[in-house]
Design a protein around this ligand. Sequence first.
Ligand code: AMP
Ligand code: MG
Length: 357
Amino acid sequence: MKDALREACALLQQGEIVALPTETVYGLAADAFNPAAVAKVFAAKQRPAFDPLIVHIASRGDLKTVALVPADIADTVEQLTKTFWPGPLTLILPRHPAVPDLVTSGLPTVAVRQSAHPVFRAINKALGHPIAAPSANRFGRISPTSASAVIKELGGRIPLVVDAGACSEGLESTIISIEPRAGKKPIFRLHRAGPITKEQLQQFGRVEKVRDVAGQVLLAPGQLASHYAPRTPLVLLEKPADFQPEAGKRYGLLSYTGADDGPYVTLHDWDCIESLSPGGGKLAEAAIRLFFVMRTLDEAGLDAIIAEPVSETGLGVAIMDRLRRAASGTGTGTGTGTGTGTGTGTGLAKSGMADAI
Ligand code: AMP
Ligand code: MG
């Protein structure tokens, strides 16, 4: 085992918290069975106690140590975990009493997944306990998809970040709960859209939104309307004509492909343009780059970030969910952009050796 992994494991055993790469985003990890360690995660992130954490297990066999799978969904859980684990699908299941209250925010359920990241998996296995790990950002802010983004968010508050390069998915896991139906495929309640798409889940069940008795859409407790927010106001346009610039203000465009003749690129003399899919990889590339591009634009000294929409199919559902939340609660910057510039950056997946930094 590499030194950084050994150090991470030793810190977790001592009840410390460490930032680890996963295939979705970087996570802030603690031993899920150690409430004092879990409390440090909430403190470092300034995360409210009502927002429960996802528990990561090292193998499918460990599921029984954190969840009590009811007989009427056992076959479905088996199918889903065999198909999508290790990977970015989180299941909400009845909780095992061994899981501390703090992890689940007192809920009778626990959110569980198995990460596919080799570094995370190695540490999870070596620790011998499940790992509670939310995204390694301050509460409500942009999720980190690189070690440098973690340091910007939590530098000075955590003893170790294990750097394994950029995350290969770039968006947080899909979260579902399962409702059995006698003689029919189950209903999957979508608590958070993510890399495992509705289309992929549909082969095993019917995907529906979570609604309360009044028909309102309910999400996971932590899925607040305003989330993933840059400090710069972000405005998500529905169509080009919705952009009403104000004189003297600096605007940057969060473009989908960045094509020179695109209807949003040609709309304005942008201060800068950052593209989600400059390489033509479309939605998969856009998902990987979304948080990286949001962070880059946030650091560009703009009055507002103007985002163009992507099509809401497949991964586009999760991308639009993140953009809407990033836009919610931020101001509506306006003004005329001056100057020009482009910057596409690179944020594509790479698997790297783990180094302690
Ligand atoms: P993060 O760890 O930052 O990716 O956020 C984890 C998400 O999982 C949050 O939105 C939580 O609200 C959600 N979550 C965790 N546990 C549960 C649970 N038992 N029921 C519903 N949602 C959950
Ligand atoms: Mg998060």
